[in-house]
Design a protein around this ligand. Structure first.
Ligand SMILES: Cc1cc2nc3c(=O)[nH]c(=O)nc-3n(C[C@H](O)[C@H](O)[C@H](O)COP(=O)(O)OP(=O)(O)OC[C@H]3O[C@@H](n4cnc5c(N)ncnc54)[C@H](O)[C@@H]3O)c2cc1C
Length: 400
C-alpha cells in the first residue's frame, strides 16, 4: 500500500506508536500524555532545538490542572510569576480600573493565574518527555491515513504510526490535508507585538488602552524582567524593517515607562504576529488515525490568553481517551466529541473579547470601568465555563 515510500519504520519497543507533528506546547504535552498512557511516541519538529521564541504566556487554573496531570505543574509554578492586582490605564497614565483578578482566581479555584516565560514552559515539558523522543529539523510534508494506521512523510523518509497527532499550529498543513473543505484561518483585524524587557522599579501589571485598537501591556515576569505585549488594528502582512520603530510610532508618546522601555529593546527582541483565528470551528477533530490538537484544531485570538491552555486541555483529554479500553477509532471519536465543542466555544469567546478590546476607546473604556466596579469575584465567576475545566475520566468503552 505504501510502496511508493522509500522505507517504512515501525519504532520497536511498544505495541502502539504515535507520531506527533510539532514540538510546541500542544505537541509536547500530547506526546507526554500519550507516553504516560503507555504509547511509544516520536515528535517531529521542523525547527532547530534552540529556536523557541522568547516571550511570556499566561496560564490559568484550567491549564495548571492539565499540567498537574502531566506531572509538570511544580516545575512550571517554580518558574512563574503569580497574577495579582492589575488595571487598565489611559495613554496619559490615568487608571480607568484596578482590580485584584489574580487574587479572586486563586480564591475561587485554589490555583493561581500565572505568567511564565514560554521557554521555561517548553523546557519543563521537554525535560519530562525526554529529549531523545524529539527529532528536530524534521519537517513533515504530509500524512496518509486509513482506518487502521497512518504514514507520515518527512524529508528523511516515512514513519508508520498507529496514531498521528497534528500539533503543527494555526497554519497547520495537516489540517488542510485532512479537511480540504475547511475555509482555514481568517485575519482578526489586528496585529500583536510581544517582547521581554528589563524590569524597572514600581511597575504594576497593567494594560493601557488607546485608539485604533492600540493596547500596551506591562506584566512583571520575574524580579528582573517584564513581559510586554502591544496590539493595534492593522492590515495583515504589514511589517516594519525594525519593529521598534513601529512601536515608537504607535506608543512612543504614551505614559512612562513605555517609551523608554521600547528604546531599551534589542532589535530582534520584538515578535510581531498578525492575529488569526479559525474562520469556522471544526465539527470533528480527527480523520482516520490523525487527530488535531492545539492551534491546529482551534486557532483563536489571544484575547482570553487561552490558546496554549486549550492545547494543554487537548493533550490531557487525548491521554485520557487513549488510556481506556476503547479501540483507537472509538477513542478518537470520544476526543472529538469533547474537544470540538470546547474549541468552538473558546474561539467564539476569544473573538467576542477581542471585539471589545479592539473597539473604539469609549466602548472599551466603558466596559473596563464597569468591570472595574464589579467585585473581582463576580468577574471571575463569569469565567467559570473557561477556568473550571477538570481533566476528564472516561469509563469503559461499552458505556459510550
Ligand atoms: C500575542 C499572543 C499572545 C498569546 N498569549 C497566550 C497566553 O497568554 N496564554 C495562552 O494560553 N495562550 C496564548 N497565546 C496562544 C498560544 O501561543 C498558542 O495557542 C499556542 O502556542 C499553540 O500551541 P501549539 O503547540 O498548538 O502551536 P505552535 O506553538 O504554533 O506549535 C506548532 C509547532 O509545529 C511546528 N510545525 C509546524 N508545521 C510543521 C511541519 N510541517 N513539520 C514539523 N513541524 C511543524 C512548528 O515549528 C511549531 O513548533 C497567545 C498567542 C499570541 C499570538
Amino acid at each position: 500500500m505504501y510502496a511508493s515510500h522509500r522505507y517504512a519504520v515501525r519504532v520497536p519497543g511498544s505495541e502502539s506508536h504515535a507520531v506527533v507533528v510539532g514540538a510546541g506546547i500542544g505537541g509536547l504535552a500530547s506526546a507526554l500524555a500519550l507516553r504516560d498512557a503507555g504509547w511509544n511516541v516520536t515528535v517531529l519538529e521542523r525547527r532547530a532545538s534552540d529556536s523557541e521564541a522568547g516571550s511570556g504566556i499566561s496560564l490559568w487554573p484550567n491549564a495548571l490542572r492539565a499540567l498537574a496531570e502531566l506531572g509538570v505543574d511544580q516545575a512550571v509554578l517554580a518558574g512563574a510569576a503569580l497574577g495579582g492586582r492589575s488595571g487598565v490605564r489611559t495613554p496619559a497614565g490615568a487608571w480607568i480600573a484596578r482590580t485584584d483578578i489574580g487574587g479572586a482566581i486563586a480564591d475561587r479555584h485554589g490555583l493561581p493565574l500565572v505568567l511564565i516565560h514560554r521557554q521555561r514552559l517548553v523546557a519543563a515539558l521537554r525535560e519530562r518527555l525526554g529529549a531523545e523522543r524529539i527529532r528536530f529539523e524534521t519537517p513533515v510534508h504530509g500524512v496518509e491515513g486509513s482506518a487502521t494506521d497512518a504514514v507520515v512523510t518527512t524529508t528523511d523518509g516515512v514513519l508508520r504510526a498507529d496514531l498521528v497527532v497534528a500539533a503543527d499550529g494555526a497554519r497547520s498543513r495537516l489540517r488542510r490535508q485532512l479537511f480540504p473543505e475547511h475555509p482555514g484561518l481568517r485575519h482578526a483585524g489586528y496585529t500583536t507585538w510581544r517582547m521581554v524587557a528589563p524590569r524597572t522599579d514600581g511597575i504594576e501589571a497593567s494594560e493601557t488602552w488607546g485608539s485604533n485598537g492600540r493596547r500596551f501591556a506591562l506584566l512583571p515576569l520575574d524580579e528582573h524582567r517584564l513581559y510586554c505585549y502591544a496590539t493595534a488594528n492593522e492590515d495583515p502582512g504589514s511589517a516594519a524593517l525594525d519593529e521598534r520603530d513601529a512601536l515608537r510610532e504607535r506608543f512612543g508618546s504614551w505614559h512612562a515607562p513605555i517609551p523608554d522601555l521600547i528604546d531599551s529593546l534589542a532589535p530582534d527582541a520584538v515578535i510581531r504576529s498578525d492575529v488569526n483565528e479559525l474562520s469556522a470551528p471544526l465539527a470533528v477533530l480527527h480523520r482516520d488515525r490523525t487527530v488535531l490538537v492545539g492551534d491546529a484544531a482551534h486557532a483563536m485570538t489571544p484575547d482570553l490568553g487561552q490558546g496554549g491552555c486549550q492545547a494543554l486541555e487537548d493533550a490531557v483529554t487525548l491521554g485520557a481517551v487513549m488510556r481506556g479500553d476503547a479501540p483507537i477509532g472509538r477513542a478518537l471519536e470520544r476526543y472529538s466529541a469533547v474537544r470540538a465543542p470546547r474549541g468552538a466555544d473558546l474561539i467564539r469567546r476569544s473573538h467576542a473579547a477581542g471585539r471589545i478590546y479592539q473597539a473604539p476607546p469609549w466602548v472599551a473604556r466603558t466596559v473596563a470601568r464597569a468591570a472595574g466596579r464589579l467585585p473581582p469575584r463576580l468577574t471571575v465567576r463569569a469565567l467559570d465555563p473557561v477556568l473550571a475545566w477538570r481533566p476528564p475520566q472516561f469509563g469503559p468503552s461499552s458505556s459510550g
